[in-house]
Design a protein around this ligand. Structure first.
Ligand SMILES: [Zn+2]
Length: 191
């Protein structure tokens, strides 16, 4: 097999591909160059909004180019928007923090593997639109939200896909999370 067809890719995305086909895909020596474009096409048919998917970043989250204004934002498959993709989307999510031993032991098995309260906390991030759990991180209290992925989209599309994006700009590849938190600080408590 030198290329895969759309039906197989749909099965892969939906998690119903056979073990045999999945193994075959893994063993392909050269992956067809159109596969990523086809993958995006399959993803696009599964979401209810028109914004163009540039990258899928997790089960529910996508980096998209918003149709209305061309902004590159993070968007949940339910339609909820998390703002500029250069800001850690977690700063726009619903957050639940677990800090006590009973809470830890309800999750960890065996319970003795649970982290020590006071030294670690469990943060669960949820979509404000559909309440899907989007991420979990276990970190010391006060540790900044982990920014899991800030893709260099222009470089990826130009150098790896050979399909430069029409709105290429050096300003797209910057971490702007601190700008958002600075806005919170400037707005003061309760804002
Ligand atoms: Zn959602």
């Amino acid at each position: 097999m030198s290329r895969i067809d759309r039906a197989l890719l749909e099965q892969l995305v939906e998690g119903r591909i056979s073990r045999h086909d999945a193994r075959t895909l893994l063993r392909m020596e050269n992956k067809d160059s159109e596969r990523f474009a086809l993958y995006l096409e399959v993803l696009q048919t599964r979401v209810p909004w028109p914004d163009r998917i540039l990258l899928r970043s997790s089960d529910h989250l996508y980096v998209v180019r918003r149709a209305a204004d061309g902004a590159r934002i993070v968007k949940c498959d339910c339609g909820q928007e998390f703002g500029d993709y250069r800001c850690n989307w977690k700063t726009a999510a619903q957050l639940r923090v677990k800090t006590t031993l009973p809470e830890f032991e309800a999750i960890y098995y065996p319970p003795a593997a649970a982290p020590e309260p006071g030294w670690n906390e469990i943060r669960e991030f949820y979509c404000p639109g559909c309440y899907a759990q989007l991420a979990v991180e276990v970190v010391p209290p006060g540790y900044p939200f982990i920014f899991e992925v800030l893709p260099d989209l222009d470089r990826y599309y130009r150098e790896f896909l050979g399909l430069p994006l029409p709105d290429e700009d050096p300003g797209w590849y910057r971490d702007l999370t601190a700008k958002r938190t600075a806005e919170w600080a400037a707005a003061g408590p309760g804002a």
